[in-house]
Write a protein that binds this ligand. Structure first.
Ligand code: DC
Length: 231
């Protein structure tokens, strides 16, 4: 059976990566978290002093893009590929609220997008990939056989992200997380280069009131219909 490309876009904390991992594991496809790549570049900028509180030297970051190598290595215990920055596992470090606070600014930079989109297209060129992000169905894989667009209210999303951060031992308030979610929504949808948008042929899924199993079943149903159309 031919392998398809599944593009999952949507606002932050809509549970894209959770369902994308489930679907990829179920189908034996590769899962690529494109947001992790933007986060890794942001983490690099923070580590190299290009980003500090209220300071962002975008030119220095652009000049150093050639020194950034991002890769993924499958971790069989976790069941997904973890992200590596210059051969160092940064899966945990890129998930902090500090990185979240800067990542949308980094993702606005065209040179950063160009580099990462190129790598994403390379990772998915054989098909058999589930990739989640903001511009996967519109820019990275405009010909993806199945495109999904995930939404949920900002309060629902902030509650989910807050619980995740608390479970990981971070000291954050719900209000700070909600503010971050709303700010990122604004920047992601209003930036000039590849803003977050629903592709015309994407199927919208609002999961504000949907359990994980229900969501998985719904998407698998769509996958089956799409696969049938391929033969
Ligand atoms: O999915 P995430 O929250 O980990 O993504 C982090 C940020 O990266 C998000 O605020 C916007 C940016 N991003 C992007 O611009 N394009 C993508 N394909 C994926 C993420």
């Amino acid at each position: 059976m031919s392998k398809i490309t599944i593009a999952i876009d949507g606002f932050s904390s809509t549970g894209k990566s959770t369902v994308a991992k489930q679907i990829a594991n179920h189908l034996g496809y590769v899962y690529v978290d494109s947001g992790a790549m933007y986060r890794a570049v942001t983490f690099y900028a923070m580590q190299n002093g290009f980003i500090k509180e209220n300071y962002f030297n975008a030119e220095a970051l652009v000049a150093n893009l050639k020194n950034i190598t991002i890769s993924f290595k499958f971790n069989p215990q976790l069941g997904f590929a973890e992200v590596y920055l210059n051969n160092r596992n940064v899966e945990n470090e890129i998930r902090t609220l500090e990185v979240s606070n800067f990542v949308s600014k980094v993702a606005e930079i065209s040179e950063v997008r160009q580099k990462l989109v190129e790598q994403q297209q390379h990772l998915g060129k054989q098909g058999g990939v589930v990739m989640d992000g903001r511009d996967i169905g519109t820019v990275v894989f405009p010909h993806a056989e199945l495109k999904l667009f995930m939404t949920a209210s900002s309060e629902t999303r902030a509650k989910r992200r807050y619980s995740e951060l608390i479970a990981r031992g971070e000291t954050v308030t719900y209000e700070a997380v909600l503010k971050n979610v709303q700010e990122r929504d604004y920047i992601d949808t209003n930036r000039e280069d590849s803003p977050l948008a629903k592709a015309e042929d994407a199927i919208e899924i609002d999961n504000s009131h949907m359990g994980l199993q229900e969501q998985f079943d719904k998407i698998m149903q769509l996958v089956k219909v799409t696969l049938k159309k391929q033969v």
